[in-house]
Design a binder for this molecule. Structure first.
Ligand SMILES: Cc1cc2nc3c(=O)[nH]c(=O)nc-3n(C[C@H](O)[C@H](O)[C@H](O)COP(=O)(O)OP(=O)(O)OC[C@H]3O[C@@H](n4cnc5c(N)ncnc54)[C@H](O)[C@@H]3O)c2cc1C
Length: 382
């Protein structure tokens, strides 16, 4: 069967858009397909990590410059981790980064793909079924249409259809993370350029307040759920958010604040171990490959880097006309080499702090050596 496309990228979030940008100029016929119409929202903390800029810059510096100059953003240069009002660790970084609503940021990347590449962009097309056949993949969409592509890249997020249908049974994770996000206007005491993370008894991770442009802020928290532990009743995240913002520690700051839009929760497929992220004629990127840092919760940068690396793998596959699972393992190895050490370290630390929550708090009471703080935040390989 003749292919309609050399590459079909399913999902036009940061991973999918980065992959399409990275494939530009390689001579392939590429489709970028999303179930939504852009601009679309994505539940997130909206903190775009510095290494996401590096990923785009590695493709073309003018694209990196455009991403830096993007107006719907607030430059962020530091984080303040509060253990109490007076017990605060501050960390400042040099790498350029900003906060930007995903509605705007993802649309910017999507527009960049449309303007700068000859990618075929298909919106409001929901992948329903993907089957690997002899010379490619058959993708069937909810509207009844279908395409045939030599390679499929699954950038379709936390509930990836590509992953569910093409990855052979894998052991499920026992640890799941769900997080809630709300947009507020009018919170008192926001510090422009500084993200706030509050270690509080109500949540196992941290409660964040990330400032945005025009007096807005992205507010939320994540909760870990051990699937083997039946002792905890399911929590109502919205009720818990209310409880936190009305608690003595925050009531004054949120007194005149208003919630803008819906308050929604979403799952974070955190990295817990090296897993298979490819197979015959397919690759997984971003959340579909569980590439979220388990300690800090960022995944936009990892998603974009994996999109870039998937494009490199596709180049190697076409060069030798090999699309077997064995060939695709080169991608798994490259990903693990680049991100493995940092993600393993952070998974270890996350479990340590989860098991012994007093540890972080206790350490914070002493004058935290700068070297340790740097080690906690530093990127190892990006
Ligand atoms: C509450 C919360 C807070 C977070 N905070 C941060 C943060 O501050 N900084 C950070 O770096 N990361 C953060 N993350 C993680 C970050 O949101 C993800 O890692 C990132 O969005 C991954 O990008 P992606 O392109 O892989 O997936 P997504 O951004 O989820 O994009 C997937 C795309 O695929 C499309 N799609 C899905 N299914 C189909 C289908 N069947 N057919 C066609 N299209 C489909 C979707 O419409 C979507 O556009 C947070 C996550 C959560 C839940």
């Amino acid at each position: 069967m003749a292919v309609d496309f050399d590459v079909a990228i399913i999902g036009a979030g940061p991973a999918g858009s980065a992959c399409a940008l990275a494939l530009q100029g390689k001579g392939f016929k590429v489709a970028l397909i999303d179930k939504e119409a852009f601009p679309r929202d994505k539940i997130c903390g909206d903190a775009i990590p510095g290494s996401a800029f590096k990923a785009i810059n590695s493709l073309r510096t003018t694209w990196g410059d455009q991403m830096k100059a993007f107006a719907h953003s607030m430059d962020i240069t530091s984080i303040a981790i509060f253990f109490s009002k007076r017990n605060v660790i501050r960390y400042t970084w040099k790498l350029f980064s900003y906060n930007s609503k995903r509605m705007d940021f993802d649309h910017f990347l999507f527009q960049l793909v449309k303007q700068e590449t000859d990618t075929h962009v298909l919106q409001q097309k929901q992948l329903q079924q993907v089957t690997v056949i002899k010379d490619g993949c058959h993708c069937l969409f909810a509207d009844g249409s279908s395409i045939h592509a030599a390679v499929v890249v699954g950038c379709d997020g936390a509930h990836s259809v590509v992953k569910r249908q093409l990855v052979k049974m894998e052991e499920p994770d026992t640890l799941a993370v769900t997080a809630i996000r709300a947009y507020y206007k009018g919170i008192k005491g926001l510090q422009p350029g500084c993200n706030e993370a509050h270690v509080i008894k109500e949540v196992e991770g941290y409660f964040w307040i990330f400032p945005l442009r025009d007096g807005w802020a992205n507010v939320g928290f994540g909760l870990f759920k051990n699937k083997n532990r039946k002792d905890r009743a399911p929590l109502n995240l919205r009720a818990l958010l209310e409880e936190i913002t009305h608690s003595p520690a925050f009531a004054d700051r949120f007194k005149d604040a208003t919630v803008e839009g819906k308050v929604n929760g979403f799952s974070l497929p955190i990295w817990t171990r090296q897993r298979s992220v490819s197979g015959d004629r397919f690759l997984l990127c971003g959340d579909a490959a569980s590439l979220i840092d388990p300690l800090q919760g960022h995944g936009i940068d990892l998603g974009m880097w994996s999109g870039v690396m998937a494009a490199e793998q596709i180049g190697r596959c076409f060069k030798t006309n090999e699309f077997s699972a064995n060939k695709m393992k080169e991608y798994d190895r490259a990903l693990h080499q680049k991100f493995g050490p940092e993600l393993s370290r952070n998974y270890f630390l996350m479990r340590l702090f989860l098991r012994f929550p007093f540890l972080l708090r206790a350490l914070s009471l002493f004058n935290f050596p700068k070297g340790i703080i740097h080690w906690l935040f530093v990127k190892l390989k990006l």
